[in-house]
Design a protein around this ligand. Structure first.
Ligand SMILES: Cc1ncc(COP(=O)(O)O)c(C=O)c1O
Length: 373
């Protein structure tokens, strides 16, 4: 363990975007091209992401939330249906089920990776179950083989998993539909945006109709379905393309930062990194520890006083006001999710940070650990 640095004078943001002159130039070029909305840059992004994600089809949309919503609509999910998902996620994962008029049913998670537990999912499947929405939490792929074996359509929330591989296969075409986010903090960040990857021609065609009100040539047009407005603009696609160029370089930085945390925090009692499955490639989107040496919220406040920004991924969705009164009849208790929701703390991780920034975070955690434990 190297010598610990002293308290930072400047606040270390939790997850700033890594934007350089290249993205700024790409946006200027797009603005000069005259294409503000969906056009050639978006088509290029889709083509390059098809290669990168190893999927037959990639459709660019306005957010991962839209990607998840349209995916459920494309599968025909509606009132009376149940969709099984995890509660340790961003609320969007569950909100889109509600937006379809269906009911989210939360399955408890594995205590090690905090991903949805396929065994718990199996016990919740009934004649109303129409799909499963697993999340590749923090960049660790969910247990896809076990979930696929349940025989239901899968809409995978891969918002954290742009670079992930599951047992050697790229996350992108393992599930029926896989949804990615281009949100400001994500590994490929455009500010806002989303992608849907699939090998299924039927679903890709349905999604293409759903994501934008199709316009014909000239003044005459027709629409096949009452679609949504969820297309991605070329301005944002041009940022995503530059970020895609840098994805490997950024992955190396993330891997280094994870190693600094793993080494620097090893042996601190009551502080444990969330497990990773070494058979998979983890996207290192988030570095999350479980805090038990003191109350998580006290530790977060103490780190803020140390000028270290942190975040919480996530507060369980079933405990949020919007969900307390709309839980499915028979919704089981979620003890593993509840405990994780009280303990998880996400530490600064970003290609915009230097290795020394991460060492400052490690040093601050040691001081807080000594003070509060
Ligand atoms: C697990 C998860 N799913 C879905 C989303 C929604 O992504 P977007 O902001 O692109 O709609 C997020 C966003 O942070 C997320 O973390």
């Amino acid at each position: 363990m190297p010598e610990l640095s002293s308290k930072r004078t400047e606040f270390l943001s939790f997850q700033p975007p890594a934007i350089s002159e290249a993205e700024i130039e790409a946006v200027s070029e797009t603005l000069r091209s005259g294409w503000l909305t969906t056009g050639p840059r978006t088509a290029e992004l889709e083509a390059r992401m098809r290669d990168y994600l190893e999927a037959e089809h990639v459709l660019a949309v306005s957010s991962c939330t839209a990607a998840l919503h349209l995916s459920l609509v494309a599968l025909g999910i509606g009132p009376g249906d149940e969709v099984i998902t995890t509660s340790l996620t961003w609320p969007a994962t569950a909100n889109v089920i509600v937006h379809c008029g269906a009911t989210p049913v939360f399955a408890d998670i594995r205590p090690d990776t905090l991903n949805i537990d396929p065994e718990r999912v199996r016990t919740l499947v009934n004649e109303r179950t129409r799909a499963i929405v697993p999340v590749d939490l923090y960049g660790q792929p969910a247990d896809l083989d076990e979930l696929v074996a349940l025989g239901l359509p899968i809409v995978e929330d891969a918002a954290h998993a742009a670079e992930s591989r599951y047992r050697g296969r790229k996350i992108g075409a393992i599930s029926d539909l896989t949804c990615f986010s281009l949100y400001a903090t994500k590994n490929i960040a455009a500010g806002e945006g989303g992608l849907i990857a699939t090998d299924r021609d039927d679903l890709a065609a349905a999604l293409d109709d759903l994501r934008v009100m199709r316009r014909g040539h000239g003044s005459l047009y027709d629409i096949a379905v009452p679609g949504y407005k969820a297309n991605l603009s070329d301005v944002l696609s041009s940022i995503a393309l530059v970020q895609l160029d840098k994805v490997e370089e950024h992955a190396e930085i993330r891997t280094r930062q994870v190693a600094i945390y793993d080494e620097g925090l090893a042996g601190l009692g009551g502080l444990e990194a969330v497990a990773r499955d070494t058979r998979d490639v983890h996207a290192n989107h988030l570095y999350v520890v479980r805090v038990t040496f003191a109350g998580r919220d006290d530790v977060q406040r103490a780190l803020t006083d140390e000028n270290i920004g942190t975040s919480i991924h996530f507060l369980p969705v079933h405990r949020l006001s919007a969900y307390r009164d709309r839980l499915a009849p028979g919704q089981p208790e979620l003890p593993v999710t509840d405990q994780a929701g009280d303990e998880v703390l996400s530490l600064p991780l970003s290609p915009a940070h230097s290795d020394d920034d991460i060492r400052d975070a490690v040093a601050a955690i040691h001081r807080v650990h000594e003070r509060l434990s």
